[in-house]
Design a protein around this ligand. Structure first.
Ligand code: E4P
Length: 221
């Protein structure tokens, strides 16, 4: 399973890249705003900086909601770097734009997926990725992980090459369940990715190893 980081924070992206486990980045307008990145020139410069840090795919989301505007904005974003994936919302004009981009060889990530039917439409239009939002479904008492399982089954049934990118991942168990269900990618904040490192037996085991080593008379480094 590919690990993407869900942020526009350059320090977090660098830290995940330095860990050696990063396969890509997802951003959205809220994440860009959180970092104070506003105005077209700053947004473009920021995407370029992200692409310099990471070797994998970088999802850059369009703000437009009409076909012509989505195309204009998406083509401009795709020009920035070969790793840019144009993130398009799950609306009718978005589906039409995904079809257009697919025919032009521009890769897409269909975002704001909350049902299997939406994922199926995006796959039929040729989306490179679909992004079902697990955490936001959980927030309204609906099983987000069940949607991941359903989409994986449907795409497998028909051999769709569209990758299932589990988004809105909120805690480490979401990541484990994504892996069990066969999601192709998951995207999460750095804190959630780093939470996978933790186990109390690792901490106590390491403390004991180091203490025993010191007792044996060899100074610990
Ligand atoms: C990713 O592509 C989405 O924009 C993101 O995962 C949404 O996460 P949130 O529900 O935590 O905002």
């Amino acid at each position: 399973m590919k690990f993407f980081i869900d942020t526009a924070n350059l320090a977090d992206i660098r830290e995940a890249q330095d860990m050696g486990i990063l396969d890509g980045v997802t951003t959205n307008p809220s994440l860009m705003a959180k970092e104070g990145i506003t105005g077209k020139d700053n947004i473009i410069a920021h995407y370029k900086q992200i692409c310099e840090i990471v070797e994998g795919d970088v999802s850059a989301e369009v703000i437009s909601t009409t076909f012509d505007e989505i195309i204009r904005e998406g083509e401009e974003l795709a020009e920035l770097n070969e790793n840019i994936v144009v993130k398009v919302p799950m609306i009718k004009d978005g589906v039409k734009a995904i079809k257009y981009f697919t025919e032009k060889g521009i890769r897409t990530n269909c975002t704001l997926i909350f049902s299997a039917g939406q994922a199926l439409l995006a796959a039929k239009a040729g989306a490179t990725y679909v992004s079902p939002f697990v955490g936001r479904l959980d927030d309204i008492s609906t099983d987000g992980m069940a949607l991941i399982e359903q989409i994986v089954t449907i795409f497998t049934n028909y051999g769709y090459t569209t990758e299932v990118l589990a988004a809105s991942v909120r805690h480490p168990m979401h990541i484990i369940q994504c892996a069990e269900m066969g999601a192709d990618v998951m995207t999460a904040p750095l804190s959630v990715i780093k939470a996978l490192l933790n186990h109390p037996l690792t901490d106590s085991g390491l403390a004991k190893f180091l203490a025993d080593h010191q007792k044996a008379g060899v100074p610990a480094k």
